[in-house]
Design a protein around this ligand. Structure first.
Ligand code: AR6
Length: 181
């Protein structure tokens, strides 16, 4: 389900999320919010040490929730940090937690008047979530949020690899073809 208008607000590109301008960049963090590897490391590296200093004051964040900070040297106003679930076979509430990450991040973005938001493929690296399953959950959660909210106007996934982009595209096409009239 989903209207054509909603799908028109969702975009997929390949690239490095730290180089794409947006009002808010979402970080696939861990619950400490103190940085790490993968996209988290790249975001902290590009933002500069002030980002870690601000994160230290937040006292962590539970899986599925989100926290917002300034973006410092990144081409964005905000970084929204959300710890995704570690994938443990799919029967440990992973899908609900992953959907909650996207909804929590978008709620913060909308509350801060963000018109554009970029996401990485949360949980699809170190945390081991299979990319197609994650894409189904992620795209569904974002579609559901956008159907109910005028902000953000545009959501873009910046997928790091060509196979990840292809997987997201495949899932998006399937979801779109069940579009409501
Ligand atoms: N731009 C866009 N996507 C990227 C970039 C980038 N610069 N770098 C990596 N990715 P991961 P997770 C992709 O492991 O699975 C960290 O240590 C990557 O190819 O960054 O949620 C945190 O501190 C993958 O598709 O995040 C946590 O401890 C996706 O980003 C833990 O990893 C997510 O991979 C979180 O694990």
């Amino acid at each position: 389900m989903g209207t054509a208008d909603t799908w028109g607000r969702i975009h997929l590109i390949q690239g490095d999320i730290t180089r794409e301008a947006a009002d808010a960049i979402v970080n696939a963090a861990n619950t400490s919010l103190l940085g790490g590897g993968g996209v988290d490391g790249a975001i902290h590296q590009a933002a500069g040490p002030e980002l870690l200093a601000e994160c230290r004051k937040l006292g962590g964040c539970p899986t599925g929730e989100a926290r917002i900070t300034s973006a410092y040297r990144l081409p964005a106003r905000y970084v929204i940090h959300t710890p995704g679930p570690v994938y443990r076979g799919g029967c440990q509430g992973e899908a609900e937690l992953l959907a909650a990450c996207y909804a929590s991040a978008l709620r913060l973005a909308a509350d801060h008047d963000c018109r554009t938001v970029t996401f990485p493929a949360i949980s699809c690296g170190v945390y081991g979530y299979p990319i197609e399953d994650a894409a189904r959950v992620a795209l569904g959660a974002v579609r559901d949020f956008l159907e109910r909210s005028a902000l953000p106007e545009r959501v873009t996934w910046v997928l790091f690899s060509q196979p990840d982009l292809a997987a997201y595209r495949g899932v998006l096409e399937k979801l779109r073809s069940s579009i409501s009239p």
